[in-house]
Write a protein that binds this ligand. Structure first.
Ligand SMILES: *[C@@H]1O[C@H](CO)[C@@H](O)[C@H](O)[C@H]1NC(C)=O
Ligand SMILES: *[C@@H]1O[C@H](CO)[C@@H](O)[C@H](O)[C@H]1NC(C)=O
Ligand SMILES: *[C@@H]1O[C@H](CO)[C@@H](O)[C@H](O)[C@H]1NC(C)=O
Ligand SMILES: *[C@@H]1O[C@H](CO)[C@@H](O)[C@H](O)[C@H]1NC(C)=O
Ligand SMILES: *[C@@H]1O[C@H](CO)[C@@H](O)[C@H](O)[C@H]1NC(C)=O
Ligand SMILES: *[C@@H]1O[C@H](CO)[C@@H](O)[C@H](O)[C@H]1NC(C)=O
Ligand SMILES: *[C@@H]1O[C@H](CO)[C@@H](O)[C@H](O)[C@H]1NC(C)=O
Ligand SMILES: *[C@@H]1O[C@H](CO)[C@@H](O)[C@H](O)[C@H]1NC(C)=O
Length: 476
């Protein structure tokens, strides 16, 4: 099997300012090297509806980022909280998307994670352990959906083991197998994947495993059959699911995501669509803005877990109380136009698993002040809170000189606890992330082959069906 190494430069490890005495590091972002010209934005039928986990489960990648941001950890391990306050936290964190995966002809719901790379399913016989202390606990506590049994098309890979620790303390051990997998209507024969036999896992009662959409270098296959002998960094990389599809020329090397908005504003409500090899057949703007991808990997100094994220450089942020404002997108200094804030902003992570936008402190503060009445930072909640009936300012993210305006519906989020928070929060000096608040307003294409991300605006669909955003209807 061919292993595609997209990253040509070695990662330099540089510590960055840690908050709240917690240490993590961002490995110097690596510019991905384009291996081919951009693939066309053709409509593809290879789409999968994305559902949301109907529980308090949070996206792994988002949980990781958020845990690092907020410094929540247990015994040195960053954790995603999953009880009581988790519902509220999930607004700040994100919630997992689920999609169907067929293995050996049987269909399972799996978590879609853009921050990791392995595909795995839980075996029909497995041991559930408590992630915090490794005590064996009842299987039901791992809360998996239906389990997988080796099918006639599966084969165990001898002398290999699967060993992954997610940064929140969850961990999985098992075998490496090859199996015929169908994802988005595309079948890959003999795809390498993990078969989980020991799980320390906070399941959602629905999903039976996970598909990781990040790059191959993060796969977690190790030599031998003794997990205790596995050495971090000595993993044997293999082509993950999407990479295999691309490597075998089964589709163009792109995937795209369109997230839906729903009226309830619940963090766990609407899903969306993931398309492989093209874009889904949905209305979107005439213009595409593209940005080169760099890969940002982050790891906790206390452990080996490492996440990789797709990151881009953006021109800056458009903020105004005046809905007729015109922005100086090229930053020419034109005094008739409103300058962008924090221009440019580097290493902005595009992550569908994160609910909100985490913007640089000055941007978050300017936006908060532009609500009427202004949003204020609540130290008890750790987020900017705002009157649920506040007047929303004009807000957009500028990429490749195009402003992608955010629908007002995405800027005030009802927590369900009797108060509202803003859709754009302070990154506290940490990673800047454009999550669902942004992604609901665009069609996002990850062109892995050309190492770029492209965006096109989607209709600004208000709850009552009106398509409008002040005078800013320059979408089509
Ligand atoms: C929920 O999590 C918090 C924080 O980790 C913990 O203090 C509390 O005891 C937990 N509550 C329950 C009911 O498990
Ligand atoms: C998959 O593995 C089976 C059994 O080893 C083999 O017969 C088949 O040719 C393989 N298919 C591909 C596409 O490699
Ligand atoms: C492999 O699994 C064991 C047992 O869960 C764990 O203690 C160890 O940290 C893992 N090693 C790696 C490199 O993930
Ligand atoms: C994949 O398709 C491209 C373009 O059609 C072609 O140049 C290339 O040789 C193909 N690669 C394989 C492995 O079939
Ligand atoms: C993006 O990458 C391409 C190809 O490597 C390069 O030609 C282009 O200048 C880059 N664009 C920016 C804005 O860095
Ligand atoms: C914005 O433009 C509309 C229509 O041109 C006009 O009626 C309105 O007064 C303007 N608002 C401001 C704040 O300039
Ligand atoms: C907004 O809601 C508050 C109560 O939360 C109320 O006092 C105020 O009048 C409302 N403002 C408007 C403009 O509806
Ligand atoms: C829909 O909502 C918008 C904003 O709340 C309002 O301006 C518009 O008049 C409404 N349209 C209809 C048809 O009710």
């Amino acid at each position: 099997m061919r292993f595609i190494e997209f990253a040509a430069l070695a990662a330099l490890t540089v510590p960055i300012a840690a908050r709240d005495n917690f240490d993590f590091r961002v490995n110097q972002p690596r510019r991905l090297v384009a291996i081919q010209r951009p693939s066309p934005n053709s409509i593809t039928g290879h789409t999968i509806p994305l559902g949301r986990a109907n529980t308090k489960v949070n996206s792994l990648s988002a949980g990781y980022l958020q845990a690092i941001r907020s410094g929540k950890h247990v015994d040195g391990v960053y954790t995603r909280l999953r009880n009581g306050t988790a519902e509220l936290l999930s607004i700040g964190t994100g919630s997992a998307f689920l999609a169907p995966l067929s293995a050996g002809g049987e269909s399972f719901d799996v978590v879609i994670d853009t921050g990791s790379s392995d595909t795995w399913l839980v075996n029909s016989q497995f041991t559930c352990v408590d992630p915090t202390d490794s005590e064996v606990i009842d299987e039901s506590q791992c809360a998996f959906g239906p389990s997988y049994s080796l099918s006639s098309t599966a084969e165990q890979v001898p002398n290999r083991n699967f060993n992954i620790s997610y940064a929140d303390g969850e961990r999985l051990n098992g075998e490496i197998i090859t199996e015929d997998l169908t994802f988005a209507g595309i079948t890959i024969e003999n795809q390498t994947m993990g078969l989980v036999t020991v799980a320390g896992w906070y399941g959602d009662g629905t999903s039976s495993g996970l598909v990781g959409l990040a790059y191959a270098s993060l796969t977690n296959q190790y030599s031998g059959s003794n997990p205790s002998a596995d050495i971090a960094g000595l993993n044997i990389p293999y082509n993950p699911l999407l990479t295999s599809m691309f490597a075998q020329n089964l589709t163009a090397p792109i995937f795209s995501i369109a997230l839906d908005r729903d009226n309830s504003q619940s963090a766990q409500a609407a899903g969306g669509v993931l398309a492989v090899g093209g874009i889904p057949n949905i209305p979107h703007g005439r213009f595409w803005a593209s940005a080169n991808i760099s890969v940002v990997s982050i790891d906790a100094l206390t452990g080996q877990p490492e996440y990789q994220f797709y990151a881009i450089q953006i021109d800056g942020w458009a903020v105004s109380k005046n809905w007729n404002a015109s922005f100086d997108v090229a930053m020419t200094g034109n005094t008739k136009k409103t300058p962008l804030l924090h221009a440019p902003t580097y290493n902005v992570i595009v992550d569908s698993g994160t609910s909100l936008i985490y913007a640089p402190t000055d941007v978050a503060a300017s936006l908060a002040a532009a609500f009427t009445p202004p949003a204020t930072f609540s130290s008890s909640v750790g987020l900017y809170t705002v009157a649920c009936n506040a007047t929303v300012p004009l807000f957009g993210v500028t990429i490749s000189k195009k402003v992608f305006y955010i629908n007002p519906l995405d800027l005030i989020i009802d927590t369900g606890y009797g108060f509202c928070v803003t859709g754009v929060q302070d990154n506290g000096g940490g990673m800047t992330i454009i999550g669902d608040t942004f992604m609901r307003n665009v069609l996002t294409v990850f062109d892995v082959g050309a190492a770029q991300v492209r965006f096109s605006a989607r209709q600004c669909q208000l709850t009552n069906g009106t398509i409008t955003l002040g005078g800013k209807a320059d979408y089509f």
